[in-house]
Design a protein around this ligand. Structure first.
Ligand code: HAM
Length: 424
């Protein structure tokens, strides 16, 4: 029969790598707790109109990247979430989460975008998302950015650049947009098909075109910064002052507009030069209009999400990966009545908190000892008929030249605890 493989762009994460993910996740979760953010979990499937409204009809995500289908039973249009912010805000509105004040929240999990897969770009990928709901000041934008800088330190990641921009208020952007379209129309002969199409649907996205010819046109375009009013400038200044006070370097990138339509004022991205074309490991900004767009009472908000696959790729390059947690002992047994004895012993030791791998599948004593060694365990616990008769366990250090000893079963946990202390 033919084999069945995973869907293109959707990856298995095998045990060696998954162990590194677990370490990464432990670091991330300790960091989130330090900043007072609380976990929220939303469904992976949402009504399609949620993303259409939140992310915007004229974005790449909504135009061509969503996994969308019609529920056969009730005809509802459903979508696999391409990101988490829209769901998080939907949940906050649905459960009146802001009724007693603003909330700091985080979520994690798989997101789905039907993009062309390449290194660092997948159709199922994983994000940690961080959202500060109900806060309006630039201090929160600064907190979110400072948090990222702290996480890169915790993870031992160096060389991530912070790119920052303010895209102002919607009215300011509307005036800018009209002037930008006018300018692009005057240079339409030098635009590629994509920029021509976007010129009227989402002209700001032409600003971050990767095509050198379009970039040249865009270089002469009016600058969004010149359209920002006093309040927008004051917000941006407030953010920059806090970043400077905290010693967080940034580069203003006037072309940074982000690929989702819900942003206003602050937008930012953290970029690495070591990941090729998919160098953005984290992106976010302020989205004060999103609550209303999804049908809630107006509430200011800001947040960001980071791409786990891209961060894991950077971590794989750095030396900061801790060794995997090997078992404390591997249980080997052979002979009449030894299996039940070993089985119960294994349960007892695990109840004491030890990591025990019990041999399964039979085989000679020699082949079992080979498996014990390959498991990476510190000790082998060996049970034969003699041990069962005497209520003992043979205790062998697999990593040091120490004589194997037979110990009374009751003494084993104490001995193993002492051995563990020694290696700490
Ligand atoms: P985003 O920029 O679309 O923003 O995605 C955030 C991060 O997810 C990216 O910087 C990247 O690291 C990762 N990412 C995105 N697409 C892929 C992909 N196809 N394969 C691998 N990694 C990917 C958002 O999703 C917003 N919800 C962020 C946000 C939260 N803004 C405010 N709050």
């Amino acid at each position: 029969m033919s084999t069945i493989q995973a869907v293109r762009g959707m990856n298995d994460i095998l045990p060696d790598e998954a162990e590194r993910w677990l370490q990464f996740e432990a670091t991330v979760q300790a960091w989130l707790a330090r900043y007072g953010y609380r976990n929220i979990r939303m469904p992976i499937v949402e009504p399609t109109p949620l993303f259409r409204r939140a992310i915007g009809e004229a974005t790449d995500i909504v135009e061509k990247e969503m996994y969308t289908w019609r529920d056969e039973l009730n005809g509802e249009e459903l979508t696999l979430r391409p990101e988490g912010t829209a769901s998080c805000v939907r949940a906050a509105i649905e459960h009146s989460l802001l009724h007693d004040g603003p909330k700091r929240l985080w979520y994690a999990g798989p997101m789905f975008r039907h993009e062309r897969p390449q290194k660092g770009r997948y159709r199922q990928f994983h994000q940690y998302g961080v959202e500060a709901l109900g806060f309006s000041g630039p201090d929160i934008d600064a907190e979110l950015i400072a948090m990222c800088a702290a996480l890169w330190r915790d993870l031992g990641l160096e060389g991530l650049r912070l790119e920052l921009n303010s895209i102002g208020a919607p009215e300011e952007r509307a005036r800018y947009r009209a002037d930008l379209v006018g300018y692009l129309e005057r240079h339409v002969d030098r635009l590629d098909a994509d920029a021509r199409r976007r010129m009227h649907t989402n002209p700001l996205r032409t600003l971050d075109s990767k095509n050198p010819m379009v970039q040249e046109v865009v270089a002469g375009a009016p600058s969004l910064a010149e359209y920002l009013g006093e309040a927008s400038l004051a917000h941006f200044d407030g953010l920059k002052r806090l970043l400077e006070a905290a010693g967080i370097p940034y580069a203003i990138n006037p072309r940074l507009v982000r690929g989702l339509d819900y942003y206003n004022l602050t937008v930012f991205e953290w970029v690495s030069d070591r990941l090729g074309a998919q160098g953005t490991v984290c992106g976010g900004g302020r989205y004060d209009g999103l609550f209303q767009l999804i049908g809630g009472k107006p509430a200011p908000a800001a947040g960001f999400a980071m791409g786990n696959e891209r961060l894991m790729a950077l971590l794989a390059e750095s030396a900061s990966v801790a060794p995997r947690e090997a078992p404390d002992a591997y249980l080997v047994f052979q002979g009449e009545g030894t299996q039940a004895y070993a089985f119960v012993l294994g349960e007892e030791l695990r109840a004491h908190g030890f990591r025990i791998v019990m041999h399964a599948g039979g085989g000679s004593f020699k082949s079992q000892m080979k498996k014990a060694d390959a498991s990476g365990a510190r000790h082998a616990l060996i049970i034969g008929e003699n041990e069962v008769g005497a209520g003992e366990v043979a205790f062998k250090d697999l990593r040091a030249q120490v004589e194997q000893v037979s110990v009374k079963r009751e003494r084993l946990a104490g001995l193993m605890a002492a051995a563990r202390e020694q290696t700490r």
